[in-house]
Design a protein around this ligand. Sequence first.
Ligand code: FAD
Length: 411
Amino acid sequence: MNTKIKHQILIVGGGAGGIATAASLLKRDNSLDIAIIEPSETHYYQPGWTLVGGGVFTQAQTRRSMSSLIPKGVRWIRSAVSSFDPDNNELVLGDGERLGYDYLVVSPGLKLCWDKVEGLEQTLGKNGVTSNYRFDLAPYTWQLVEELKSGTALFTQPPMPIKCAGAPQKAMYLSCAEWFKNDRLKDIHVAFHNAGGVLFGVQEYVPALMSYIEKYDAKLCFNENLIAVDGAQKTATFNVTDAEGNSREETREFDMIHVCPPQASLDFVANSPLANEAGWVDVDQETLRHNRYANIWGLGDGCSAPNAKTAAAVRQQAPVVAANLVASMKGEPQFAIYTGYGSCPLTVERGKIVLAEFGYGGVLQPSFPKWMVDGTKATRRAWFLKETLLPPIYFHAMLKGREWLAAPKTK
Ligand code: FAD
C-alpha cells in the first residue's frame, strides 16, 4: 500500500489527552515532527459542563477553537481516523487516505450511547429531559432547575465505566442546592437512580456525600438502570435488580430528568487490533504503552487503564506518555509510571465541593495537605479550585506542557 504522508508521531484526538501529550512531547524535544488528527473545529472543556448545568459558567467558558490550542509546530490534520493498521505502522482516515507513523498516541475519548436508552434521543432537550453530558444541553438543565417549582426530579447514572463518575450526582446536588435556597425543595421529590450499588466508589467520600443526600432529602435507588424515556408521557422506565438478583421493569413519572448516558469505547477503536476484550485501547496501566505494539501509547477515556476517567487523570497521564515515548525513541528503558490518579470534584452545593482524589484500587491521592483542603469534607477551598483555578490550569498549564501537579513518577 502506498503511504502518502508519514509523521514521526501521530496523535489521534485533539481533546484533553491529545493536546496535552503533544505539548508535553514538545516540552521534552521541540524538534519532534508531530501531527494531531482531529475532526472537530472546537475543543471542549467538559469538566465545566456541570457548572453550566448549575448556572455558574456560561457555555462559552467551556469552548475554545481547536486551532487556538493545537501547539505551535504541530500539524493539525482535520479528519477522523476510521481504522488502524499497526502491523504496517499506518492508520486510515475517513476518506480512505493512509498515514504512516513511527510512534502513535491514541486519545479519542469514548462514545456516549444515547441510543441504548429507548426513546431518549428523540426527547433530549425538551419535555424536561436533559443532560450535562452534552455541551448544547447543559444550559437546558439550568433552565429546568429554575423553572421547576414542584413535582418530581429524577437523576440517573448508568453502569460503569463512565467519564467523571461523579457528574450524574453533581447535577443533582447543584439542582437541589438551588431549590433548597429558594425554599422549593420541600415541594420537589428528588430521586437518584443508579445502575450501581453504591453512591460513590471510594468509601472515604461517602459520609460527606450522604450528609447532602439527607439535607436534600433525595431518595437513593440503587441497582436501577434507565432503559427507556417517554418524553411526551414524562415517564422513565428502569430495569430494577433486587437483592436476590431478580430483575423487573418499573416506570416512574417525572417533571424533570437528568440523564447520564451509557458509555462505551468508540467503534473504530473497539473493532481494531489495538483493542482489549472490552474494546478499550489495550495499554499497560503504569507505562501506558500498548501491551502488544511497542510504538503505540494510549491515554484518556478511551484507554484500558482502570482509573477514574477524568481530565485530572489525563493531566498526569500525558507527561507519562511523553516521557516514555521520548525515552523509547532514544532507546532508553521506560521509567515514568502513572499511579492511577483521577479526581472528581463533587459539587455538593454552590460554593462547596467534596474533592475526591484517588488512584488505582481507590487509594487516596490528595494533592494538598489535609489542613489546606480536606477532600473528605465539603470545603469552600475546593470550590475555589474548581471554579477559579482549574480552568486556567487546564488551558494554560496542562494543554501547554506545564506539568503542574503532574510531574511523572519514576519506577
Ligand atoms: P476528549 O477530551 O473527549 O477528547 C477526545 C477527542 O478525540 C475529541 O476532540 C474528539 O473529537 C476526538 N475524536 C473522536 N473520534 C475521533 C476519530 N475517529 N479520529 C480523530 N479524533 C477523534 N474530568 C475532570 O477531571 N473533572 C471533572 O469535574 C469532570 N467533569 C466532567 C463532567 C462532564 C459532564 C463530562 C462529560 C466530563 C467530565 N470530565 C471531568 C471528564 C473529562 O472531560 C474527560 O475525562 C477528558 O476530556 C478525557 O480526555 P480525552 O482526551 O480522553 O477525551
